[in-house]
Design a protein around this ligand. Structure first.
Ligand SMILES: C[S@@+](CC[C@H](N)C(=O)[O-])C[C@H]1O[C@@H](n2cnc3c(N)ncnc32)[C@H](O)[C@@H]1O
Length: 211
């Protein structure tokens, strides 16, 4: 199953940025800065962008941590290839990419000041998601912050229908996080808060590792 999902993302990597551009009309860049600012990342921080895809958020994060290091992690080599190309074109020195599974992070404990995950937490199946959340906590420094961004439940009928079809495809376990995400995150992190952007379309949920 995991192999098929990787293959799916490898294939999707060829169109991903194009689809996002078409779908969000540049709004996604605004959202990436919004997430970076709310994550509280500082100039010298080490930051992990989990399920980085083509690295768009990781690239934005490098602006906020110019003297630190941003690590973009993904299990799709296709996505990472695109991400590396984009980083190389921009000559970024404080950005590296790592191929790994979100459920088993290849890092020491207590090293990242911030971990981000944009539009990907809902893509993880129940077991991987649980492991990923524990791994995020392990790798965060005490007092470090985790921020995830996802679509808020759409109001328009047709889009709402598509949203629920996507949730159905996640299975019972996968849908659980959508219904109980705050409860689930509060069981792992402290100072958990959720906010919805002015458009009402996107939500941000952040929590901290107890210091
Ligand atoms: C919808 S994309 C989001 C990409 C990026 N975060 C963004 O905001 O554009 C989901 C990403 O999660 C990655 N992914 C899914 N399951 C994963 C796993 N178990 N471990 C690591 N990456 C995973 C996929 O390869 C894909 O790049």
């Amino acid at each position: 199953m995991r192999r098929y999902r990787q293959k799916y993302y490898d294939l999707f990597s060829h169109f991903y940025d194009w689809v996002i551009k078409l779908h969000s009309k540049d709004n996604r860049l605004f959202l990436r800065h919004y997430l970076a600012k709310r994550s509280g990342v500082k100039s010298e921080d080490k930051v992990l962008d989990l399920c980085t895809g083509t690295g768009s958020l990781a690239i934005v994060l490098t602006e906020y941590a110019p003297k630190g290091l941003v690590v973009g992690l993904d299990f799709s080599l296709g996505m990472l290839k695109k991400a590396k190309e984009k980083a190389r074109q921009r000559g970024l020195k404080n950005l590296v990419f790592v191929a790994a599974d979100a459920g088993a992070l290849p890092f020491k404990s207590d090293i990242f000041a911030v971990v981000t995950c944009s539009h990907a937490m809902y893509e993880l199946n129940g077991e991987t998601r649980r492991q990923a959340l524990q791994e995020i906590k392990r790798c965060l420094k005490p007092g470090g912050r985790f921020c995830m961004m996802e679509h808020e439940e759409p109001k328009q009928f047709f889009i709402r229908l598509l949203y629920h079809i996507r949730l159905l495809s996640m299975g019972k376990e996968g849908r659980q996080i959508v219904r109980q995400e705050l409860k689930e995150l509060k069981g792992i992190f402290c100072h958990v808060f959720k906010e919805v952007t002015a458009s009402g379309k996107t939500k941000l949920i952040c929590g901290e590792k107890a210091g």
